[in-house]
Ligand binder design. Sequence first.
Ligand SMILES: Nc1ncnc2c1ncn2[C@@H]1O[C@H](COP(=O)(O)OP(=O)(O)OP(=O)(O)O)[C@@H](O)[C@H]1O
Length: 296
Amino acid sequence: MSTTIALAAAELGKRYKRGWALRGCGFELPAGRVAALVGPNGAGKSTLMALATGLLTPTTGTIRIFGDQPVRSGTHPKLGFLAQDKPLFRRFTVAETLHAGRALNPTWDQAYAERLIAEAGVPTQARINTLSGGQRTRVALAVALGRRPELLMLDEPLADLDPVARDEVMQTLMAEVAETGMTVLLSSHVLAELDGVCDHLLVLAGGGVRLSGDVDDLLAEHQLLIGPSEDSAGLFPTGSVVESRSTGRQATVLVRGAAPVDRPGWVAHEPTLEELVKAYLRSAGKAKAVAEAVSA
Ligand SMILES: Nc1ncnc2c1ncn2[C@@H]1O[C@H](COP(=O)(O)OP(=O)(O)OP(=O)(O)O)[C@@H](O)[C@H]1O
């Protein structure tokens, strides 16, 4: 049975006036996954989401939602999007906001949107411009979920929420995923928030895809090895080392796909999601610094 792909990119690139934000990006996000989109500031996460919604058009390559190329005239009917700046009409009340959602979306589920607002404790007669940042996020989420999307993209949705509201929002999302099989692509800088929630990972850095795949597979493919610094040179096959760091006499090395190291003084374990992502981000950062130094 072939897997349905919710979001796919091939040779995807976007160049702004200042230069390339994304270049040569390729990945596939299978339907039903909850995917974390991580990368440093300026990695191109928001650009990727804007390309998927059709707000931007690619300079090179393609991006597809359930096989379709986005069009500028409107978001794909299966796609819901919660942008980083949560654009809502500030003079509307919450009730008017939901009313607009109903008018604009043929798949709108009013009862569900109202339930999400009630669970968030946001008064329906309040104007959007009188709400706190966190309350606005809850309204924007209700609008995005009210469309009953099959793919929901959220650009840093948890950034302005208090810890309790974060848990509530994640629970709402997970309940929807469990009930409908919705696919989620969630960008965040807080890796601890994603562990245990996301089963798929997409790491962007320096405008390119550094790592993508199901979290369990990626963790199993990597080993984090700790041993004596003086002993680490040449111990691992070229090309398998993602990152090698030394602190005093101890070396910490993340390797991919290499055979187990059976050498006195070395211990190996499967990395955590946070260890894996940070190692890829640090190594991309170092590669960028080297490239800038060479071209300077
Ligand atoms: N409208 C624009 N015009 C010119 N350059 C842009 C524009 N939007 C983004 N960029 C640049 O493209 C790159 C990627 O930006 P983008 O906002 O997609 O990154 P991001 O990963 O979402 O960052 P953050 O984590 O800070 O939100 C950055 O270098 C940014 O300065």
